[in-house]
Design a protein around this ligand. Structure first.
Ligand SMILES: *Cc1c(COP(=O)(O)O)cnc(C)c1O
Length: 366
């Protein structure tokens, strides 16, 4: 019997690069460069060209990246921002922390990304921006969403927290809108040894403003031009990210290969997968499937030592935190279906071929 296959295992990756990471930590330590500083700048200078954006700004986590993006766009109380109902809740937090109101729209029934056809009905005179989410590492239909944003004079922001290195029409996501926000939480495809996040933009003004906002609202030390935040990235986090960035394409390609095997070899009519559009070259942050009887399926997986997870069991509009917005069950049927039927399969670069074989044969026997 095969050993338990966890849904996510970060240890394999971290053992492989431990010596390299520890050597970098020693450099940060000897330079006492713990907060912002040269090791964060080094990462920013490597990450911006990787994405194909002019600027990268490192911050303390992905939620803060979204918050700062809203602030830099001048979004605040009284404003509305359109986001998909099926995303990790932090997309909405960015909007709420800025004092604005998230307005949810449903996802597409097949690709599970924000449905461009649902956006226009959600636009009001208060709408300022759309945050599209590259959910599970698959790009949303950026051109379709951007056309709507342009038509209505709205900002487009990409939430690329799950999609570092994903491509849309052969171009890396993260430079299509005004800004893109990233999480480098340890479990993301590019994850720091610690908490971290970032923003990319092609706009010089936004870049300068974001750098000031993350650092107490100052460009000259002890002179504060506006109310700022302490949202800097740490030096240890920055140093770990510079190292991991070198491996990211390889890790992403291994995920793509595993995903391809799941897509081709899982042949069970009870299991439905996220559809893959021709313009989408995702990085499979998560591999989510749906099935009618989720409990029975997860029990079958568990009985065979395959550990599943759920991303995400409650859509944003039905979270208690947003009860005051007045949404109800039935508002976004595709997001609600996904929430109550989604099962995440094991997905990480270090899965062995034998483990992948076992996941596939277990599912085909269900
Ligand atoms: C992880 C994540 C975030 C938040 O990032 P943190 O670093 O955990 O704050 C935002 N949006 C999405 C889609 C995410 O998956």
């Amino acid at each position: 019997m095969i050993n338990k296959i966890p849904c996510l295992d970060l240890n394999g990756q971290h053992q492989q690069i431990k010596q390299e990471i520890f050597a970098a930590f020693e450099k940060v330590y000897d330079a006492t460069a713990f907060s912002g500083g040269p090791f964060v700048a080094e990462f920013e200078n490597a990450f911006a060209p990787y994405i194909g954006a002019k600027h990268a700004i490192g911050v303390s986590n992905g939620t803060i990246a979204l918050h700062l993006a809203m602030l830099a766009l001048g979004i605040g109380p009284g404003d509305e921002v359109i986001i998909p109902a099926n995303t990790f809740i932090a997309t909405a937090w960015g909007v709420s922390h800025a004092g604005a109101t998230p307005v949810f729209v449903d996802c597409d029934a097949n690709n599970w990304e924000i449905n461009p056809a649902k956006i226009e009905a959600a636009i009001t005179p208060k709408t300022k921006a759309i945050i599209g989410v590259h959910l599970y590492g698959q790009p949303f239909d950026i051109n379709a969403v951007k056309a709507i944003a342009d038509k209505h004079n709205l900002y487009l922001v990409e939430d690329a927290a799950q999609a570092q290195g994903a491509r849309y029409h052969d171009q890396t996501v993260g430079a299509f809108g005004e800004m893109a926000c990233y999480s480098f939480y340890p479990g993301k495809n590019l994850g720091a040894c610690g908490e971290a996040g970032g923003i990319t933009t092609n706009n010089d003004k936004y870049s300068e403003h974001l750098r000031s906002l993350r650092n107490h609202g100052c460009t000259v030390r002890y002179y504060h031009d506006e109310i700022g935040y302490n949202y800097r990235m740490g030096g240890l986090e920055g140093a770990s990210l510079t190292i991991k960035l070198k491996y990211l394409e390889g890790w992403n390609n291994r995920r793509r290969a595993i995903a391809k095997r799941y897509q081709n070899e899982i042949v069970n009519p009870k299991i439905k997968m996220q559809s893959k559009d021709s313009w989408s070259d995702g990085i499979y942050h998560l591999f989510v499937v749906t099935t009618e009887d989720k409990e029975a399926f997860v029990k079958h997986l568990g009985d065979n030592n395959v550990i599943a997870a759920f991303h995400y069991p409650v859509p944003c509009h039905l979270q208690k935190a947003y009860a005051h917005l007045g949404y109800k069950v039935g508002d976004f049927p595709n997001s609600e279906y996904l929430a109550s039927h989604c099962v995440s399969l094991p997905m990480y670069a270090e899965l062995t071929d034998e483990q992948v074989d076992h996941v596939i044969s277990t599912i085909n026997k269900y």
